[in-house]
Design a protein. Structure first.
Length: 353
């Protein structure tokens, strides 16, 4: 009755439709995202569980070879997977049996998942424990691969209701930006993409965080924006680009992934207006949730990351904690080495996992 397989190119449309439409679907599980990641050294393995020939669950596995030449080992990672009716133990069991077989075939040390499932969902936690997963503890900030804490806004309301639920200062700043003449538009071509990246570079230098090379964003443009799974927004003031964002989508959710802002004209509040326009765009698509993505779980105002939480909180919504990272171990010895020996090896060899 159940069967698992890694899809080939003829099944891309069916795979994407399943992930896009599913209540647990995530842009990180789309086939197209696997193609983005393939440019950075990951090999996508889009796994499906079929029942009577129809897809009933999916898991985009990303394979990464171990950065040690003489060891033919790898890891498998399913960002925000699985895409499955979350508390259907039968689907989960059969899907992960298929994933475990892939791990054996590929000589993977472990499979990592970090589902977008809230921490209080004990039923799902018990299901994945029975499937063999163990919890991998991460910190309160951004120590995990994906953030464990996010800010999410329910947008199944009128614009008036959404504005009314915001902090008064945020509502004021949105209106101020519009009054001052800030305009927001969608990126139209690669010139806009280049301008977005240049502004992101300015932001990374100012705020001291690393960004990927421009080629990575070209892949996002080719596989996500061109396929209508993503959109770049540009805020301009008096002909100058002052803010820019990248948002990604499925049927029910829009995610705010990257944000950039100029060192100039910050007084006209473009960052507030561009967020509001993305929320309005998400509503126009019929989405139910606008996800601001990661914040710190440490809400101490002295935390350097508190400002990020404060900015996102001002738009309304709620802080959500997910269940975190879970590993399905295929080799206990190498899993121990991965956690204890490999970090030292990488430090000494100046390499990155």
């Amino acid at each position: 009755m159940f069967a698992t397989r890694v899809i080939d190119n003829k099944d891309i449309e069916a795979f994407n439709k399943f992930v896009f439409d599913h209540s647990q679907g995530h842009f990180l599980q789309l086939w197209n995202w696997g193609e983005v990641k393939s440019g950075t050294g990951w090999k996508p393995l889009p796994l499906v569980l079929e029942k009577n020939g129809e897809i009933c669950a999916a898991l985009l596995l990303l394979k990464r070879a171990l950065p040690i030449p003489f060891l033919k080992k790898c890891i498998l990672y399913a960002p925000r997977g699985p895409v499955v009716i979350k508390n259907n133990s039968e689907y989960c069991k059969n899907l992960f049996l298929g994933a475990r077989q892939i791990a054996k075939n590929e000589k993977a040390i472990f499979i990592k998942i970090d589902p977008a499932i809230i921490k209080d969902d004990q039923e799902f936690i018990e299901i994945i424990k029975k499937c063999g997963f163990i919890h991998n503890e991460t910190g309160l900030n951004f120590e995990g691969v994906q953030p464990s804490f996010v800010f999410r806004l329910s947008i199944d309301k009128t614009e008036e209701e959404l504005l009314a639920a915001m902090h008064p200062k945020w509502r004021y700043n949105i209106r101020l930006a519009a009054k001052k003449g800030v305009t927001v538009r969608e990126a139209a071509d690669r010139t806009d993409l280049k301008n977005f990246y240049e502004l992101l570079s300015v932001t990374s230098e100012r705020d001291r965080f690393l960004i990927r090379e421009f080629k990575y964003f070209e892949w996002i443009w080719d596989y996500m924006v061109a396929a209508d799974f993503a959109k770049i927004f540009l805020a301009e003031y008096e002909g100058t680009l002052v803010s820019a964002t990248l948002a990604l989508r499925t049927k029910d959710t829009v995610w705010y992934l990257y944000g950039a802002s100029s060192n100039e004209y910050r007084n006209v509040m473009p960052n507030y207006l561009i967020q509001w326009e993305m929320i309005r765009w998400a509503k126009s698509l019929g989405c139910k949730t606008y996800d601001f993505r990661g914040v710190s779980g440490d809400l101490d105002e002295d935390n350097p990351l508190y400002g990020l939480y404060r900015f996102k909180k001002g738009f309304g919504g709620e802080l959500v904690e997910f269940i975190g990272e879970w590993d399905l171990v295929n080799s206990k010895l190498f899993y121990w080495a991965w956690n204890h020996i490999l970090p030292l090896y990488l430090k000494l060899s100046h390499k990155q996992a």
